[in-house]
Design a binder for this molecule. Structure first.
Ligand SMILES: *Cc1c(COP(=O)(O)O)cnc(C)c1O
Length: 342
């Protein structure tokens, strides 16, 4: 089954074409039955809503080989729910959860030879998205939509093992209060590109964004949520209506509390208290957790663990436990966390 032409250990995070993708159309508010196709291109009218007013949203999840050899996906029901929530906010007819899960299953099965073997830390990345596909010129929602789910093999995020990153507090804002920060809309990323470019030019891997209203509280990074560990080993994560609800972060909180026995708390976190934390990490599907070694602020550099190159013990334990659950080496807190596909 395995695709012998792929060097699993040298994969990056770049687009490559696999065999099949799932497509479905929504007309008159109804999602029609989808199907697998081979064509990786899309032909659209020049005035399609996605081109004119950015009516588009996406999700991201991974399929990989568990220890027992089964191909599995981590909590795809939560991606389905989040995509439906995003649709609602963007005036896109909600994609039914069953259809999302069926697309995941069909695409993984049809591209099974691209799922990296167990032990490579590589995975088959799944990218579901929806675009407004019918023409609009006055500002309004489209009448037709295109849903597509494609897959591509991607490499391990940490090639040389878990390594801390340096980040900086951005002068830009990611999301407005009562805006779209809590949904997975493409538009949230278009406006983060410039801030990201500036951070990278200064040697930082990511931005820390603050709340747009007061610029006092920690929100999140461009594409990952924060998790902090206090000196007395409590797990704390920012609470805000403009943060994207990361499935990785929500899972880590359950794991921390129910499996590892840590106290966990979701609350507003001021930037000026961050220096009191012992450890910091960024969570998202791509890396599970990226340990943060240093945060550059206008006033000072905050260094965690007394050494910006050291991965904190609690962050490391959380990372190992969640990855262990994903790979079927540790029992999950609930049976439906790891969904078997093939
Ligand atoms: C996707 C995303 C995350 C991470 O969410 P996961 O479900 O853990 O992958 C965090 N922040 C933003 C802004 C995102 O778009």
């Amino acid at each position: 089954m395995e695709n012998t032409n792929i060097d699993w250990s040298n994969l990056g995070f770049n687009y490559s074409k696999t065999d099949k993708r799932y497509v479905a159309t929504c007309k008159n508010g109804k999602w029609e039955k989808g199907k697998l196709i081979e064509d990786e291109t899309i032909t659209l009218n020049e005035s399609a809503g996605v081109f004119q007013y950015a009516q588009t949203c996406f999700e991201g999840l991974k399929a990989y080989t568990a220890k027992n050899g089964k191909v599995v996906v981590f909590r795809p029901d939560l991606n389905a729910k989040r995509m439906a929530d995003t649709c609602k906010r963007l005036c896109i007819p909600e994609l039914p959860k069953e259809m999302f899960l069926d697309a995941v299953e069909q695409v993984v099965k049809a591209n099974a030879s691209y799922v990296p073997p167990f032990g490579t830390s590589a995975s088959l990345y799944l990218r579901p998205f929806i675009i407004g596909s019918s023409p609009v010129i006055g500002v309004q929602a489209c009448e037709e939509y295109h849903f597509r789910l494609f897959a591509l093999p991607v490499g391990s995020y940490f090639k040389g093992g878990l390594a801390p990153i340096k980040i900086m507090v951005s002068d830009f804002d990611r999301a407005a209060p009562n805006g779209t920060g809590d949904i997975k809309a493409g538009l949230n990323y278009a406006m983060s590109l410039y801030a990201s470019k500036l951070a990278k030019a200064q040697g930082y891997a990511e931005n820390m964004f603050l709340d747009a209203k007061t610029r006092t509280y920690v929100e999140e990074a461009g594409g990952a949520n924060f998790i902090f560990v206090t000196k007395d080993k409590k797990i704390v994560t920012p609470k805000s209506d403009s943060i994207l609800p990361s499935i990785t972060r929500r899972s880590l909180l359950v794991v921390a509390k129910e499996i590892l026995g840590y106290e966990v708390e979701e609350r507003k976190i001021r930037l000026d208290e961050v220096e009191n934390f012992a450890e910091c990490g960024l969570c998202g599907t791509a890396a599970v957790i990226s340990p943060v070694g240093l945060i550059h602020t206008k006033e000072k550099d905050i260094i965690f663990n007394g050494d910006e190159t050291v991965v904190g013990p609690v962050i490391k334990e959380l990372y190992k436990t969640l990855v262990g659950i994903q790979l079927g080496e540790i029992d999950p807190p609930a049976d439906d966390w790891v969904r078997e596909i093939v």
